[in-house]
Design a protein around this ligand. Sequence first.
Ligand code: UD1
Length: 419
Amino acid sequence: MDTLVIEGGRRLKGRARISGSKNAALPILFAAVLCEGSAALRNVPKLRDIATTLKLLRALGCEIEEREDEIVVSPKALVPAAPYDLVCTMRASVLCLGPLLARVGKAKVALPGGCAIGARPVDQHLKALEKLGARFSLEEGYILGECDRLTGARVTFDMPTVGGTENALMAAVLADGETVLENCAREPEISDLAKFLNACGAKIEGYGESVIRIQGVGSLRGATYEIMPDRIEAGTFMVAAGITRGELELENCPYDALEAVVAKLKLMGMDIRRADSGSVIASADAPLECVDARTEPYPGFPTDMQAQLMALLCVSRGTAVVEERIFENRFMHVQELLRMGADIRASGGTAVVRGVERLSGAPVMASDLRASASLVLAALAADGVTEISRIYHLDRGYEAIEKKLAAIGANIRRKQNKS
Ligand code: UD1
């Protein structure tokens, strides 16, 4: 298994290009199953989760062409069964449920695995699809779904769920009549999915708001579509600038989708602004101040940036309270940060972080995707060498991270271990 070896203490400076969004690309790739023609998707990041999705799409009966600058998905004779060996590594696989039911009236999908951050049920996905006319049973770890043609309905989610909203949206575009989805998640990746579907001929209004209205259509054609840039990768690089007191110019940065993150980092003392070129410049030249943070559904502070922010708080002045409100068990980075000399007390969903002068390098272990990112950030600021193992989590969500960081001055290398 590969490890990352980082020697900290270098100020990062230079330009980094933000890749396409993982969390937008995944549902859009699954949505391509809904199309009768081909979907040509651009700006798809080169990540392990994307490779898993392409494998799954092939297993479902799609032809995939991977070109230099786009991935073309052409659904052929669909096989509505998502096997466990593919689904278990990536929770987002459950997003094939809505498209398969809408397109072939059947789906057999293994119950998902993915990051070990709490129970993460899929009851809201099933509830929404049931409202549209699907019937489900659970057999040997598989969700078995079937339906005749889906019918539009009113669905009220118990809580804003990103995946649940996406699954319902994808099913509703081919349902008979009108569907109204209430208490939807409002994440920008859902809007990106809706824009792709509309480009294919769907009729969706209200995305980005909590009520989405969909008029079902008979069929969807394909489209060429450019995936939005990754706001979490962009936020992670902003923190990299802050934690090393560096200055980074971020190209292809989805600034508008980062309002809560930018506001928080500015409050801590960072300078973040848009340049005339359209890039975003993020810098820090003095010690930053601790500021409290609480994760919330969009447009609040994203849970996917909580671990990275915590790394920054660890070396800022003062004390901050961090509350994780979206997922239980999302403080797995805390134990590892403590090994690097951080002062954090975590209990339940709350962590109290007292800033320390310096962190020190140590062998640490990545435990989930964003926790891994926080360890990389902490290592960039720490004295000495940090060796991060189990970085396959990082490869699920950050494209060429060590190359991008090395290009802006980090002392980082990947070590391939044979065992
Ligand atoms: C998506 C993102 C993930 C991000 C999360 C929250 C993708 C591929 N992943 O995950 O990176 O951290 O949004 O922004 O886009 N819930 C239920 N029942 C359900 C569904 C969700 O109780 O049926 C709960 C979850 O346990 C969690 C909350 O709702 O507490 C939000 O989860 P959700 O928004 O669905 O997250 P994901 O779509 O899995």
